[in-house]
Design a protein around this ligand. Structure first.
Ligand SMILES: NC(=O)c1ccc[n+]([C@@H]2O[C@H](COP(=O)([O-])OP(=O)(O)OC[C@H]3O[C@@H](n4cnc5c(N)ncnc54)[C@H](O)[C@@H]3O)[C@@H](O)[C@H]2O)c1
Length: 479
């Protein structure tokens, strides 16, 4: 095998593996370099998302939700359950099996598409050369016409709560507990804190979430954030805002966390486990030789233009390691764009329509701008909302918490954003994302025929409500 490629991708997470597959589909001779090793020391593709992120967390979210439903929610449907028990090691094993299946699937897709999979640590040298240090310590150099950097991100660690992978863990460690902690502390009420806090709360932990900001989910639409906070608090998550962690002390199998509360007073709480999830940062350690020609921005992300090109000719970067939301699907689409650009196509990506989901139950999902952002932008707008409490389908499923909110421009009626907390919010928001991609107005969405009875009708009704035309709820404004 020659070590000269049309494209070498460094990193096989959702950004990198998708870029590699698309490049190979387009007839480009492609290699993908990955340094991840599984617990047996074997190279494995898939990156954070498949190994320790999106997929395993969803496996545990689903398992823990089934337990919660069987224990607490079946009664209302006339189903009695007795002696419901959880077997945490089996739950973790099921999650591990899913990870194994999916990561193995990437390797099969590489084979099917003719991508050369290389395990080892890739480093970009000058002139599009990539040095690969294998897991056996041997190095070799690949040459490429184009290099795509997709090295991802890693959890931010804070000195006041150092990860020991026993009592204090990050998002990876929180997927591996072998029993349910009695008291669980979570630092950071962000996406990871709420998802993992929910898993262990459902399985029986007393969960306290300490959040430094004074607003809950501060970057989300605040009407939806407030509703979400109400719902999650009712589920038992003890969410404490304006609480900044200032220290922690591990004694045996417990950790005492010190934090300042909303009144500036010092407080202490003791937990059996503590999850630190205060954000992620781009992962570039050891990735770039000094003369690679690639620059980082002031926050440590690889600097790229709108087309994901770096300052070095023929070197591109995609996914969590570049600006924009750290979302798998954003990285994948960047990977497709770059592969197609390399192949000479004119692909662009629409960063204005990237959906965002928190996989709590109910899910929280959004696309486009929030009401706060639109207000700050000084644009006139109309809002339509529809509560799931008024949806027949939601009632049938006993899932009536939450609402759909659609915001449209007051002059053009073009949809500017959709924000949902409620059953299947992730799938519902995608309907509005599709509409937005096609430049739809709220009226367009209102004119469509939606199946009955479906949860999607809540999207229809919210679009109608933008002009005061909702049928199944009293309109705030009549026209
Ligand atoms: N469902 C999904 O799409 C999904 C799931 C998991 C992770 N992710 C991505 O991974 C990234 C990381 O997630 P995350 O939840 O770690 O980060 P995040 O940025 O979503 O939330 C971190 C929170 O920690 C708080 N915080 C920071 N320092 C603190 C301190 N000392 N004390 C108390 N609170 C503190 C911040 O104010 C913030 O609210 C995000 O960019 C997210 O988009 C996405």
């Amino acid at each position: 095998m020659s070590d000269k490629f049309d494209v070498v991708v460094i990193g096989s997470g959702p950004a990198g593996y998708v870029a590699a597959i698309r490049a190979a589909q387009l007839g480009l001779k492609t290699a993908c370099v990955e340094k991840w090793q599984n617990s047996e020391g074997k190279g494995v593709n898939g990156g954070t998302c498949l190994n320790v992120g999106c997929i395993p967390s969803k496996a545990l979210l689903d398992s823990s939700y089934k337990y919660h439903e069987a224990k607490d929610d079946f009664k209302v449907h006339g189903i009695s359950t007795k002696g419901i028990e959880i077997d945490v090691p089996s739950m973790i094993q099921r999650k591990d099996n899913i990870v194994k299946q999916l990561t193995g699937g990437i390797s099969s897709l590489f084979k099917a598409n003719g991508v050369t999979s290389i395990f080892g640590t890739g480093k970009l040298l000058a002139n599009r050369k990539v040095e690969v240090t294998g897991h056996d310590g041997k190095t070799k150099t690949l040459e490429a016409d184009n290099v795509i950097l997709a090295s991802g991100s890693k959890p931010i660690d804070i000195p006041v709560a150092k990860i020991d992978n026993d009592v204090i863990v990050d998002s990876t460690g929180a997927l591996e507990f072998d029993s349910v902690p009695k008291r669980l502390g979570v630092i950071g009420a962000g996406v990871i804190g709420l998802e993992l806090g929910s898993v262990w709360n459902r399985l029986g932990s007393d969960v306290v979430v300490l959040e430094a900001m004074d607003k809950f989910l501060s970057i989300m639409d605040q009407q939806i954030a407030k509703e979400t906070q109400k719902i999650l608090t009712k589920q038992g998550l003890d969410i404490r805002l304006s609480c900044r962690v200032t220290g922690s002390e591990v004694k045996g199998k417990e950790v005492t966390v010190t934090f300042t509360d909303k009144d500036g007073k010092e407080q202490k709480e003791t937990f059996d486990k503590l999850i630190v999830c205060v954000g992620r940062r781009p992962y570039t350690e050891g990735l770039l030789a000094e003369d690679s020609g690639v620059n980082l921005d002031e926050r440590g992300f690889i600097y790229v233009n709108d087309l994901c090109a770096t300052g070095a000719p023929g070197v591109w970067a995609v996914g969590d390691v570049v600006r924009g939301p750290m979302l798998a699907h954003k990285g994948s689409e960047e990977g497709v764009m770059v592969a197609e650009r390399i192949a000479g196509q004119k692909t662009v990506m629409n960063y204005d329509v990237v959906p965002n989901v928190i996989y709590t139950h109910p899910e929280v999902a959004s696309v486009g701008r929030t009401e706060e952002q639109i207000k700050a932008d000084g644009e006139p707008y109309n809002v339509g909302t529809f509560p799931f409490a008024a949806s027949g389908r939601a009632m049938a499923a006993n899932e009536t918490g939450g609402l759909v909110k659609i915001i449209a421009h007051a002059d053009t009626d073009r949809i500017l954003g959709a924000h949902i907390v409620g059953p299947s919010a992730a799938d519902l928001v995608q309907q509005v994302a599709i509409a937005m991609e096609f430049g739809s107005s709220a009226e367009d969405l209102g004119l469509m025929v939606f199946g009955h009875p479906t949860l999607s009708e809540a999207v229809h009704e919210a679009a109608l409500a933008v002009h005061g035309h909702a049928i199944h709820v009293a309109n705030k404004k009549k026209r």
